[in-house]
Ligand binder design. Structure first.
Ligand SMILES: [Zn+2]
Length: 215
């Protein structure tokens, strides 16, 4: 039997893989019925090949997982960046809509009541539901002082109305910056106006940076 065992053992790998011819297959099976040594060899082969298969599967699984993780990270980062861009833009345009719907009209020192009335009339004629607040230069000075807080003594020299360097003005609040645009166009160059300050021509991004970070 010694010789036959050698032949069978040579064939066992192929037998295990199921690639033997029918005749060889029958020969091996017939031999295995009576030979413990060859049966043990076959058991070993089956165990080994089983472990190899398992390892292959695990490696393949790890590969898939690695690929998935890498892909997921890229997708997640892209989504986060996209979200940040969207939120940033919402904040920028919300800020623009709030800030650019206000303006200040600085008035000449020697403005007459009639000129002031004309200006106010022109504004309300053009835009409905607009909020106009007259701020005298004394009020303006007080405002600047509150603004400066403890550093107000800088302004002590400007305490009376004789030497107040500030200008009386109209603070105007509309609902939209389009309305502010209309007001600016309507009152530009009217007598009694020194200057108009509005944010309508500002770039929304620039305005956001100035308002939120430099203020
Ligand atoms: Zn044998």
């Amino acid at each position: 039997m010694k010789n036959e065992c050698d032949i069978v053992k040579d064939l066992l790998f192929s037998y295990n893989d199921g690639v033997l011819s029918e005749t060889s297959n029958e020969f091996v099976e017939e031999h295995l019925k009576n030979c413990e040594s060859c049966n043990n060899a076959l058991k070993e082969i089956r165990q080994e090949s089983g472990e190899i298969e398992q390892k292959k599967e695990i490696d393949a699984f790890k590969g898939v997982r690695k690929k998935l993780t890498k892909k997921n990270i890229i997708i997640s980062i892209s989504l986060i960046i996209l979200l940040i861009i969207i939120i940033f833009n919402i904040l920028v345009f919300k800020n623009y809509n709030e800030v650019a719907s206000t303006m200040v009209v600085y008035l000449e020192e020697d403005i007459t009541n009639e000129q002031l009335e004309n200006i106010e009339e022109k504004i309300t004629q053009n835009v409905e539901n607009i909020e106009i607040t007259y701020v005298s230069k004394e009020q303006e000075l007080e405002e600047v002082k509150t603004w400066l807080g403890e550093n107000t003594n800088v302004l002590d020299v400007y305490n009376n109305s004789e030497n107040n360097p500030l200008l009386a003005n109209l603070e105007i609040k509309a609902n939209t910056n389009k309305e502010i645009q209309e007001v600016v166009e309507a009152i530009q160059g009217m007598p009694g106006i020194r200057s108009i300050s509005s944010y309508i021509n500002w770039n929304p991004y620039e305005l956001f940076v100035v308002e939120k970070f430099l203020d």
